[in-house]
Design a protein around this ligand. Structure first.
Ligand SMILES: *Cc1c(COP(=O)(O)O)cnc(C)c1O
Length: 378
């Protein structure tokens, strides 16, 4: 699905020098590269504070811990996403309330959130899925009306930009109270191990998040709250300092690949190509298609795998279908769009190193599969 080796080779010298520098200085923990990276990312995102941490899941946990929530408080997150958000809420004794998503953008909407809002709701966690921003403006307005926090999970959309109706622009992860991200190797900005960060323009929350990530410490050995130990390694920060300079280039390469796929599949009636959400750029963490009804997805996957083309399903089952995340039966609860997506989506290879020859091979193979079945049908 990704070609991390091909990407590494192009920046090998720079990255090796950066990593070797950390080893030479033996500043493995909290070396100067960590703060340097936080500052670089603050500038890139135009956000007041970046707090680095161990991974994207920790970032979500730290964000939730900073909000002084009470056991049983409700956190709304999408039913169609990676498990991390739902997981940390449950870990903290909070209640994960899942909401259905929009069938074309695959993300939360004002309407699906409203459907599950209750007097106990305290936080909305929009996930900027597959590389584009959730339509934030109505969600921010809704949050304000109900006095709710907004945490944006930006693990898949770093570098995407949202445009408000007044023309103002903001980077993904900088619109809510806190944004979180992951630098897992295959993310758009990936390091060479685990890494994560929180973003916020709220200086009070920033201070709290920073303390929580460091054992709840304020001054050294003075504990203000219960915290955790979650750090970005200096070596990972050194890698990220190099790679952040290439992020726009990397995202542009992903967009070029997506444009190729879109064009090559434009007249293919068996798939729906990704729909760009309102007011957001798309940095294509994943290129995810919807398969037309009546076509066997397992057969398609087997065919593509035989052609040595990796095809994956993000995500095969709704979160609510798993026992830890079962939702209380409720007549208004409805996950029809998530359920339909889970049985129809599939993702093609998407990374920074896809050349035209590879893209052609992938789309030719996909079209050949469909030609095969349509000749069988007729
Ligand atoms: C990857 C990912 C995470 C978790 O990041 P880790 O660094 O693996 O902990 C959280 N949310 C979403 C949407 C992700 O894609």
């Amino acid at each position: 699905m990704v070609d991390l080796k091909g990407q590494y080779i192009k920046i090998q010298k720079e990255v090796e020098l950066a990593m070797q520098g950390v080893v030479n200085n033996t500043t493995f923990i909290n070396g100067p590269e960590v703060q340097e990276f936080a500052t670089n990312l603050e500038n890139y995102l135009s956000v007041a504070n970046v707090i680095t941490c161990g991974n994207g899941t920790d970032a979500l946990q730290i964000a939730l811990m900073s909000l002084d929530l009470q056991p049983g408080d409700e956190i709304i997150c999408p039913d169609f996403t990676f498990v991390a958000t739902a997981e940390v809420a449950e870990l903290l004794g909070l209640k994960t309330v899942l909401a259905d998503v929009d069938p074309s953008t695959f993300m939360l909407t004002e309407k699906t959130i409203k459907n599950v809002i209750s007097p106990k709701t305290k936080v909305i966690v929009p996930v900027h899925l597959f590389g584009q921003c959730t339509n934030m403006e109505p969600i921010l307005k809704l949050a304000k009306e109900h006095n709710l926090f907004v945490i944006e999970d930006t693990a898949q959309a770093i570098g995407a930009e949202y445009t408000f109706s007044n023309g103002e622009k903001a980077m993904a992860g900088t619109m809510g109270d806190i944004g979180t991200s992951s630098f897992f190797p295959s993310k758009n900005l990936g390091c060479y191990g685990d890494g994560g960060a929180l973003f916020t323009n709220n200086n009070t929350l920033a201070k709290k998040c920073k303390s929580i990530a460091n054992h709840g410490m304020g001054e050294r050995y003075f504990y203000e709250c219960v915290g955790i130990n979650s750090r970005l390694d200096t070596i990972q920060a050194a890698v990220l300092n190099v790679k952040l300079n290439y992020l726009n280039e990397y995202n542009a390469a992903r967009i070029r690949a997506a444009n190729y796929y879109n064009k090559a599949l434009l007249d293919c009636k068996y798939v729906t190509t990704p729909v760009q959400s309102i007011n957001s750029s798309h940095v294509y963490h994943q290129y995810t298609l919807k398969l037309a009804a009546g076509i066997n997805r397992d057969e398609l996957m087997a065919y593509m795998n035989k052609k040595e083309i990796p095809v994956k399903i993000y995500y095969p089952k709704p979160l609510h279908s798993f026992s830890p995340y079962k939702q209380e039966p409720n007549s208004s609860l409805n996950f029809e769009h998530t359920e339909a997506l889970c049985s129809s989506v599939f993702s093609l290879p998407m990374h920074t190193e896809l050349d035209e020859e590879t893209l052609k091979y992938i789309t030719d193979s996909l079209r050949a599969f469909f030609e095969n079945i349509s000749s069988k049908i007729s």
